[in-house]
Design a protein around this ligand. Structure first.
Ligand SMILES: NC(=O)c1ccc[n+]([C@@H]2O[C@H](COP(=O)([O-])OP(=O)(O)OC[C@H]3O[C@@H](n4cnc5c(N)ncnc54)[C@H](OP(=O)(O)O)[C@@H]3O)[C@@H](O)[C@H]2O)c1
Length: 296
């Protein structure tokens, strides 16, 4: 990879606003063909128009994708496959914290359903393209993963869904925080396991730091935190620098690593468990197969 991305096809989830928009803009500046995947047609179309006008890159497009729906993910991949024959970089960026809905269309807890499971399924369906292109997968996460331990009991199958992915009975601020932290731990496990299972894919995790975006839109305390600490937080453009570094630098020797401020960072003792990592992949894959079969 280099600074000039001419001829490269890049797909970014949630590329319409926040960090994702800033990354999509930089990718377009570097002449990549950029596909924005998002759930709001109006917002995505406006972003595509703005980016095209700002960069004069007319190879920026949009397809609808709702990561809270397996049907939508599958439809998205059909749309994508009809127009593109390769995918060089996938940026799994979209994310939520304390979303308004408790569960996704497929009855999965929403935060983990969008941040982790939806992206797992999307990456699985795009696998053929990623392997063929020896692609790069860049996964967004955050330091909150340190509080998001995933214990073996959360991976036990209860019916056909592990406890980790089941909707919560009583949501509180604390439980929403824990789900967000666990989704970030799961995203790290996903990126590490992906590169173990498919060494032809370079897969890295990036922590963008604290960035001024609408991520905390549903939480009063996060909005207050944002107002109070706004001067100390990064702009989306600054936050995008670390993501761009992971998209464009030669990281073949750093596959599976966690990046902060454009540097690989050792994860603290106890925050990675290889057995849980493998088990999480296996139960998630089984669940994806079950949900796909249920739909067909
Ligand atoms: N901001 C930070 O300080 C920070 C720190 C660490 C990590 N991160 C991570 O960075 C990523 C980007 O977050 P952000 O800060 O830019 O937040 P943001 O401004 O709220 O953007 C989140 C993006 O995700 C999209 N999204 C949410 N649910 C979706 C769904 N069901 N299907 C498809 N797209 C969906 C949103 O689409 P809509 O516009 O339709 O809502 C939006 O494009 C997230 O993964 C977040 O966890 C952020």
């Amino acid at each position: 990879m280099s600074g000039d991305l001419s001829g490269k096809t890049v797909l970014i989830t949630g590329g319409n606003v926040g960090l994702g928009r800033a990354v999509a803009l930089e990718l377009a500046r570097k002449k990549a063909e950029v596909v924005i995947a998002g759930r709001s047609k109006d917002s995505c179309e406006t972003t595509v128009k703005d980016i095209t006008a700002l960069t004069k890159n007319d190879k920026v497009g949009y397809f609808p994708l709702d990561l809270a729906s397996f049907q939508s993910i599958s439809d998205f991949v059909k749309d994508f496959s009809a127009c593109y024959s390769k995918l060089d970089i996938l940026v799994n960026n979209a994310g939520v914290w304390s979303p308004p809905f408790d569960s996704t269309e497929d009855n999965i807890e929403t935060t983990i359903g969008i941040n982790y499971l939806g992206h797992f399924y999307l990456t699985k369906l795009l696998g053929e393209y990623l392997i063929k292109s020896r692609a790069r997968v860049v996964v967004l996460s955050s330091d909150t993963h340190k509080g998001g331990n995933i214990t073996p009991d959360l991976l036990d199958l209860h019916g056909d869904t592990p406890l980790l992915l089941k909707p919560l009975e009583n949501r509180t601020f604390k439980s929403d925080w824990l789900q967000y932290a666990r989704s970030n731990r799961a995203r790290i496990y996903f990126a590490r396991e992906l590169t173990l299972r498919h060494p032809e894919i370079t897969s890295v995790v990036v922590n963008p730091g604290a960035v001024k975006t609408s991520l905390g839109r549903n939480l009063c305390c996060l909005k207050c935190f944002g107002l109070l600490f706004s001067p100390l937080m990064k702009t989306p453009e600054r936050g995008a620098e670390g993501v761009m570094y992971c998209c464009t630098s030669d990281l073949s020797k750093e596959s599976g690593m966690y990046f902060s401020d454009c540097k690989p960072v050792e994860l603290p003792e106890g925050s990675v468990d290889s057995k849980i990592q493998t088990q999480l992949w296996d139960v998630t894959d089984q669940l994806c197969n079950k949900l796909t079969n249920k739909r067909n």
